[in-house]
Each structure stands twice: as structure tokens, then as C-alpha cells.
Write a protein that binds this ligand. Structure first.
Ligand SMILES: Cc1cc2nc3c(=O)[nH]c(=O)nc-3n(C[C@H](O)[C@H](O)[C@H](O)COP(=O)(O)O)c2cc1C
Length: 375
């Protein structure tokens, strides 16, 4: 499985794991892959704590940090996080706040204690992501910064390169991939529509080879729908330099996902996901439930843009996390179609080991075919 990105980043296996959980980051990197911490939900101060913990638990292995600077969002151009939040709060209609309260009340999800109100504006603006980058670059084992939802601004790419680190960016179309390449992105992540979280409309099988050809020789990581070694073999056979995975790490033993939420994921099939704007304002793949259906129902308010919609729904996400047993039917469960393959809770080490075994078996199957052709 040694590919160009293994040499670029000093790793054994080109298996990248996106996760919001520091334990998973450290365990994946220790197992020879490359853990990437999703920073979007952390304040700069919290991010510093998480990265310090990873530094102490990852040994001498490298890891990455993922930030979100969307190509388009409400309030673009305002660089002061406090001013941006104030300005955005004024744009949130009461109707949306009332609608959220009603859905939660109808499902009996308790209110949060007064002192546990969540921040409303997450890291998905340039104003909020910039301090995260500064923190990440203070940690020498952070070898890669990835950006979601657009090509990062030129000065951000320069800043990361000047610190001797690499930049990756996600895309869901050839056009976006070409923009990344033109901006000087080092590693492009092509994510098919079946992936968890924010996704485009093109399936992995169709997207990956097109992006690989369009941006060559820039290395491409295949993302969206990967949960096994035979899928890794397929991606590498198409010319991908590695794989970028997300959903599969939600049901590992090390994941910081409440048991009730893990149960929903383990019980779901590949038919149970939907692309919905109802939590973040941009199409995001998640489990279909009463919440996603409520926003589709006649008379429901239209979801706001990013980051306004999450300013309305952040409370629902935190209440869902706190009271996971009660919030099962309205929980924010971002996950991809590969959820149908996630049937047991395993350790990170076991997932990595099984991926490698399955990859080798896939290679043997192909080799047997070519050997047969010669006889
Ligand atoms: C719970 C969850 C949250 C995600 N959040 C982010 C994010 O904040 N930033 C990002 O770049 N990608 C995010 N993604 C997408 C992943 O980086 C990755 O591209 C995707 O999970 C790959 O498809 P898969 O889920 O089929 O493995 C998220 C995915 C999941 C499942």
C-alpha cells in the first residue's frame, strides 16, 4: 500500500481517518495510518488542549487537523469573530428558533442547564478558522491541514506552506478539484456523494477517476463510502494515492459517541441516510429521522445558509449529545451510506488490521485472475 503520500507524510499506510475524537486520531496514526482531527467544533483554547493531548499520545507519528473555510457563506469578509457573530445573530429569524424548540419539545428532549449553553458560531468561517490554523501550526507533529467546503484563501495556503506543512482540500466535482490544484493544494480529497457529512452529488465510483485524471500528478485521496480493504484496493486500482475515511470511525470503541447514538448507527442500513440542509445550511449526509423529515414537511421554514442555520440548531445538537437516549429520533447523525457496513463496535487497531487483510485478499483475487488469463 506504499504510495506517494506515505513518503510525503512519513506514514506506513495511506489510510486517512477524519474524526472529531482525539483518541481516534492518536490510535489511527499509531496504527500506521494518518489521523485527522476535525477542528470545527473547538474554540482555539479547546483545540490547543486536544492537540496537546494528541502530541502526548501519538508517539513520534504525524497527524493532521481539518478546518472549514467555505467558499461561500453568510457574513464572508468580516474577520473579527465577535463582530461576525453579532452581525449574524441579528439575521436569524425567530421563526426558525421557535421551530427548533417545538421539534425538541415534541420529542421530550430536556432543556440544557443555563450554564451549558453552546457557542452558536462554529469554526466554519475564515474568521473562526484562522485562529485554529495558528494553534495547529504550533504543533510540529501536525503535518497536514485539510480544508472542507472550498479552496482555502491563498494567504492561508502560503501560511501553512511557510510553516513547512502540507495542505489538503476536499472536493465533490472536477471543477472544484481543478480550482484546488490551481491554488497549489498538495493533496486533493475527492469525496463521493455517499460520504458522511457535507457532500456533493456525484458518486465515488464516477468522481474518483475523473478527479485523478484532471489533477495529475497531484495526489488524490479517495473518499466517500470506504469501510473495507477491498474498497481501498478499488480506489488504489483507479489511481488514488490513498483513502480518506470518516463514517467508519464513529462506531469504534475509542470514539466519543454516546452509546445510544452508536446504537442508531449500528442498526442503520445504507438506505437510511439523506442529504439534508437542516442542521448546517449546506447539504450534509446524515441518518434520516424525525428531525430531517420535519424540515421537509409542508409549512416548515426553509433552512438558512451556512453558518446561520447552525446558529439555530447548535442547541439541538448539544441537547442531543447530552440526552442521547431521549433525542434518538431528532439526533444529528452525520454519516455516509457505508453505515450499512458498520455492524459491530471494534477497536481502531482491529479496523486497521482488517482493512489491510481485506486489501491483501482483494489483491490476491486480482492476481489470480491475471494468472488464469495467462494459462
Ligand atoms: C460525523 C462526520 C463529520 C464530518 N465533519 C467534517 C468536517 O468537519 N470537515 C471535513 O472536512 N469533513 C467532514 N466530514 C467528512 C469526512 O471528512 C469524509 O470526507 C467523509 O466522512 C468520507 O466519507 P465516509 O463517511 O463514507 O467515509 C465529516 C464526516 C462525518 C461522518
Amino acid at each position: 500500500m506504499r504510495t506517494v503520500v506515505c513518503r510525503q507524510l512519513g506514514i506506513e499506510l495511506p489510510i486517512f481517518a477524519f474524526t472529531h475524537c482525539r483518541d481516534v486520531v492518536a490510535a489511527v496514526s499509531r496504527a500506521g495510518g494518518f489521523g485527522v482531527l476535525g477542528a470545527v467544533g473547538f474554540s482555539p483554547e479547546q483545540l490547543e488542549v486536544e492537540l496537546k493531548w494528541i502530541d502526548e499520545h501519538v508517539g513520534d507519528k504525524p497527524y493532521g487537523v481539518d478546518i472549514v473555510i467555505p467558499g461561500k457563506y453568510e457574513g464572508m469578509g468580516e474577520v473579527d469573530p465577535k463582530k461576525l457573530e453579532e452581525m449574524l445573530r441579528a439575521l436569524v429569524p425567530d421563526e426558525h428558533r421557535r421551530f427548533v424548540k417545538k421539534i425538541l419539545a415534541e420529542h421530550g428532549v430536556p432543556e440544557l442547564p443555563e450554564d451549558e449553553r453552546p457557542p452558536e458560531l462554529l469554526g466554519w468561517t475564515a474568521a473562526t478558522a484562522t485562529p485554529q490554523i495558528e494553534i495547529a501550526l504550533r504543533h510540529p507533529k501536525v503535518k497536514l491541514i485539510a480544508n472542507a467546503l472550498g479552496t482555502p484563501p491563498g494567504e492561508v495556503i502560503e501560511q501553512i506552506h511557510a510553516a513547512g506543512r502540507q495542505v489538503a482540500a476536499l472536493c465533490g466535482s472536477v471543477k472544484q478539484a481543478e480550482a484546488h490544484k490551481a491554488a497549489g493544494i498538495d493533496i486533493i480529497i475527492a469525496q463521493g456523494t455517499e460520504g458522511g457529512g457535507h457532500t456533493g452529488e456525484i458518486a465515488s465510483m464516477v468522481l474518483w477517476p475523473q478527479v485523478i485524471d484532471a489533477v495529475a500528478p497531484t495526489p488524490v485521496l479517495a473518499a466517500g463510502g470506504i469501510g473495507s480493504g477491498r474498497q481501498i484496493a478499488a480506489a488504489l486500482a483507479m489511481g488514488a494515492a490513498g483513502v480518506w475515511t470518516g463514517s467508519i470511525w464513529l462506531t469504534v470503541r475509542e470514539a466519543d459517541v454516546p452509546p445510544a447514538q452508536q446504537d442508531s448507527l449500528l442498526a442503520a442500513t445504507s438506505k437510511d441516510t439523506v442529504r439534508s440542509r437542516s442542521f448546517t445550511g449546506k447539504p450534509c449526509r446524515m441518518l434520516r429521522n424525525d428531525w430531517t423529515e420535519a424540515w421537509e414537511a409542508p409549512g416548515a421554514p426553509k433552512p438558512l445558509g451556512m453558518p446561520l442555520q447552525f446558529m439555530v440548531t447548535s442547541e439541538a445538537v448539544v441537547r442531543g449529545h447530552h440526552y442521547a437516549d431521549k433525542a434518538k429520533d431528532v439526533q444529528f447523525n452525520p454519516v455516509g451510506q457505508v453505515v450499512g457496513m458498520m455492524k459491530t463496535v471494534r477497536s481502531v487497531k482491529d479496523v486497521m488490521y482488517e482493512m489491510v487483510q481485506d486489501f491483501l485478499e482483494a489483491g490476491e483475487r486480482l492476481q489470480a485472475l491475471t494468472a488464469d488469463a495467462g494459462t
